[in-house]
Design a protein around this ligand. Structure first.
Ligand SMILES: [Zn+2]
Length: 238
């Protein structure tokens, strides 16, 4: 399994919004600049057949219309499964209609398949097993993911039971580290240090940074904590 971190920033950051792609076909979140980052890194958008959505805030979904415009022009011959919180289909339709009227209705009806997610929902994508974990991001239904019991993705989350389970069940963790001190919306580096203390040998790749948090955490030089830039690619054995 190969993964590329397409964005490492939060909604306030100069960096792309937090997102990643696994292999060349599973996209996790589709916030602003994700499509441009995929193109910069020479991904073929036509290979994407699965999109996981953590929650419905702007920094996780706003490139959806841009993605549709691109793949409609490129042409695809397979369906794209969008695993997302309940209500995503209506929200995505509204976004598209707001920007492009009904131009893409036929395409969306033909090629997109929206699947609701909930805590512990488990499904397969090619040879990968994906488990959904509900996390606490106050004010909105929000999820993280565990892939092949190797890669954990917290999505936007405070330190909650869902996050602890994602940490327990994974080896490499893509963690929301928006803050220096965590609150009820996002984790801080304080929470991540605490989690890593109890999880021997695990590695955390931090994301969803505010720029000031990123600079602060860089200077801490923590073991098993990786601060990477947009476009960072890594491999995991499965
Ligand atoms: Zn976010």
């Amino acid at each position: 399994m190969e993964a590329t971190i397409l964005g490492t920033g939060s909604v306030y950051s100069k960096q792309n919004c937090a997102s990643l792609i696994i292999d060349n076909n599973i996209l996790v979140d589709i916030g602003p600049c994700v499509v441009k980052q995929l193109l910069k890194q020479n991904y073929d958008l036509r290979n994407i057949d699965t999109i996981l959505i953590a929650h419905l805030h702007s920094d996780h979904i706003l490139d959806f219309p841009t993605f549709i415009v691109n793949i409609e022009v490129l042409g695809i011959n397979h369906k794209i499964n969008i695993y997302a919180p309940k209500g995503t289909k209506d929200k995505f339709w509204n976004l598209l209609n707001l920007m492009y009227g009904d131009c893409f209705n036929d395409f969306v009806n033909s090629y997109l398949n929206f699947i609701d997610i909930c805590d512990n929902k488990t499904f397969n994508v090619n040879n990968h097993v994906i488990i959904v974990k509900e996390v606490v991001h106050i004010g909105i239904e929000s999820y993280g993911f565990i892939i092949d019991s190797k890669l954990g993705i917290t999505g936007d989350a405070s330190l909650c039971d869902g996050v602890k389970e994602i940490f327990r069940e994974s080896e490499i963790l893509i963690c929301d580290c928006s803050l220096i001190k965590g609150d009820m919306y996002h984790m801080g580096i304080d929470n991540i240090i605490e989690l890593l203390k109890n999880t021997k040998g695990k590695k955390a790749i931090l994301t969803h940074f505010r720029d000031s948090t990123k600079e602060y955490v860089k200077n801490m030089n923590l073991d098993n904590v990786f601060i990477v830039e947009d476009g960072y690619k890594f491999d995991m054995e499965i």
